[in-house]
Design a protein around this ligand. Sequence first.
Ligand code: F3S
Length: 284
Amino acid sequence: MKENRGKIVKASHTGFCFGVRRAVGSAEKFLKKHKRAYSLGPIIHNPSVVNDLSSRGLEVISDIKRAKGSCLIIRSHGISPRLKENAHELSIDMLDATCPFVKRSHTIVTRLKKENYKIIIIGEKNHPEVKALLEVAGSGALVATRETDLKRLSFKNNKIAVVAQTTLSRDRFFRIVESILQLNCLEYRIFDTICNDVVQRQTEAKRLAKRVDLVFVVGGKISANTRHLAQICREQGAKTYHIETAKELRPSWIKPQSLVGVVSGASTPADIVEKVVTKLKKII
Ligand code: F3S
């Protein structure tokens, strides 16, 4: 049963996660002193933050050669060993802002590769973290985004090890792991490398979406963890809007006396969430 009408319920877990706060903080500090740096792809998946850093001198590039002889800030998603090597060859100084939890996945995968496991990374093929991790895992590894991707597995190897993209939906991870366990291998090693911050946001979003009439999920449209939050809210049956800023919020979406939830992704600044809440207060 839905509760008190005309109310806004904001998730308790909002603002930057540890890794994003660390990456943005390092970039700001560096730019204050050196005025110019590059990032290969957006440093985090939030356009407002990327624009702000760009105004301070951080240029987003898609080709590492553009940073030749300059400084590259490695984003929170990490970088592949091949690109690191390229950076050295191009005399690029690197400021490593890779999230320690992403680095932990690299360490786990490096060890598993040495131990000859067939490595399965559960995640999104085009996500920068997964692309880098796949390179660490080597040519025999596989990315599984959904259960059907497992059909491409060769059964010559009887040792399977599984890791996850740090920002994956936990429900999806468990679903795919369940299918992997049906593969009749001799040995399985499952590493739940989903970040604890992400799990907390997902748990809260699920609980909140069951209570309210509609949910606003605030965060970058290309942010994987924000998109997963929106998906989780929809799966609970709540009308869900994924918005990047308060500007996108249309008063016509909200019926009078609605109970409205607000959740946000790990790369969404707290002030953007607050602006959404302020606008909602004026509407409800
Ligand atoms: Fe790191 Fe988790 Fe944030 S992996 S970048 S602390 S969502």
